[in-house]
Structures are given as C-alpha cells and as structure tokens.
Design a protein around this ligand. Structure first.
Ligand SMILES: Nc1ncnc2c1ncn2[C@@H]1O[C@H](COP(=O)(O)OP(=O)(O)OP(=O)(O)O)[C@@H](O)[C@H]1O
Ligand SMILES: [Mg+2]
Length: 224
C-alpha cells in the first residue's frame, strides 16, 4: 500500500528539500521527496510529478526559485529566496543509495550550496563536487541500496573533510568480470585516481566484520 500525502504535506516536504539547497528538475525533486518519505515511513508515497511541478512553478513565479543556469528545466534557490536558512560549517544527513532516488544530484547540489555559503571559490567547488560524486557513486554502486551516511565540514584552518559510510552489497566476482572491472591483472580504479587528485587525503576502509565501507577524505581549501 502506498503512503498517502496531503497537498499540504507534499508542500512541506518539498520546501524542506529546497531549504537544504538541493536543486534539479521536477523528476529529481519527486525522487527526493520519495526518498525522505521512505526513510521516515519505509513506504513509497503516492505523489505525481505534476503536483510537484505545480508547486515548483508557484515558487518560481513568487521569485523563490530560479531556472538552472545550464538547464532551464532545473530549479534552484534564488539569491533572495525566503527559503534560505542559516548554513553552518558542518552538515550531515542520510541518503538512500539507489539511483532511483537520484542521490548523486542530491548530494552534488546540496554540497555545492554548503560550499558556496561557506565562501569557497567557484573553481574549488567544482573540484570538490567532482571528487565527492565519485565517492557517492561508489557508495551507490557497491552499497546495498540502503542508508548511506554523509557528513562533511570545514574547520577553522579551512580544511574540508568528508566521510561516507555504506553497507556493502554481497560481492559478486562473476558480475565484476563480466562488466569489465577486472582485466587479468588490474581493476579500473578511475574513481580513486580522480579522488586522489582532487582531495589532499583519501582513505577507504572496509570494515569486514560489519560488511561496511568507510570513506574519508579531505582537502585544504585555498583562501578566498
Ligand atoms: N563505498 C564503497 N563501498 C564498497 N567498496 C568500495 C567503495 N568505494 C570503493 N570501493 C571499492 O574500491 C574499488 C575502487 O573504486 P574506484 O572508484 O576507483 O573504481 P570503480 O568504481 O570500480 O570504477 P570507476 O570509478 O573507474 O568507474 C571499487 O572497485 C570497489 O571494489
Ligand atoms: Mg568508482
């Protein structure tokens, strides 16, 4: 049975996603609302993309949202939106590690918002976002599709630190060989290479006893 959301509850859920700084198209917002409801109630809500579009368009005509710079179907907070909340130097939240909930776009845009509010330079935001997306992609690809814990902060010395924790999906070597991860001797490992280039320090620990992966990385931010 699907979880039923009243239009007021739908609006409240949408506003809470918008307030985190996440931005994307109507389908992304729909997925993120579903993700929040599944996290809270373990059930899919019966929402339609049309209802979400109506609300997004209303916020846009009120001046609280603007179209994306690169894709006009995307919605982001306007500079003077009433939905801005105070952003600190630390953020932590759980996502569901399934592509179905558009977790990559969610973390990317929420992180970019956090970095911008912390006066990080735009070029550096791009680097940190690219590296983080690689890490989230791994947590989704190798995770069990359930909760991924996300946490990041900027300390007094302007060091950005991020940590992710995911359960590991049952390992299937046959599948890995088929999709070409392993040649006879090497794995692809492109992601780790990208992360090593864009972060100053990267560490992936496999917690065997708990079947979990703990990812930690940091980058010394330039002065802006
Ligand atoms: N969050 C994670 N959970 C479990 N295993 C992980 C996680 N992150 C990385 N790994 C392991 O580390 C390996 C290296 O990751 P990396 O991102 O470099 O390569 P990849 O994801 O296999 O391929 P690519 O990123 O090039 O598409 C992965 O193949 C996987 O076995
Ligand atoms: Mg990868």
């Amino acid at each position: 049975m699907a979880f039923s959301l009243s239009s007021r509850e739908l609006e409240t859920e949408l506003i809470s996603v918008i307030q985190k700084g996440a931005g994307g198209n109507a389908s992304d917002f729909c997925k993120w609302i579903r993700m929040e409801i599944v996290k809270k109630f373990k059930e899919e809500p019966d929402i339609t993309e049309n209802d979400v579009i109506t609300l997004l368009e209303k916020f846009k005509s009120n001046g609280d949202l603007v179209s994306g710079r690169f894709d006009s179907r995307e919605y982001f907070l306007s500079d003077d939106s009433k939905f801005h909340k105070k952003v600190g130097t630390h953020d932590s939240y759980n996502i569901l590690g399934k592509l179905d909930y558009s977790p990559l776009q969610y973390v990317k845009t929420r992180l970019e918002y956090f970095l911008r509010k912390n006066s990080v330079d735009e070029e550096e935001i791009i680097d940190v976002a690219i590296a983080t997306i690689e890490a989230i992609e791994n947590a989704v690809k190798y995770g069990d599709g359930e909760i991924v814990e996300v946490e990041y902060s900027i300390d007094r010395s302007r060091k950005f630190s991020i940590s992710l924790l995911n359960n590991i999906k049952e390992f299937n070597l046959e599948d890995d060989i088929k999709r070409g991860k392993f040649t006879s001797t090497a794995t692809l490992m492109r992601g780790m290479m990208v992360m090593q280039k864009l972060f100053n320090q990267v560490d992936l620990e496999i917690l065997d006893d708990r079947k979990q992966a703990s990812f930690k990385a940091s980058r010394i931010l330039g002065v802006s």
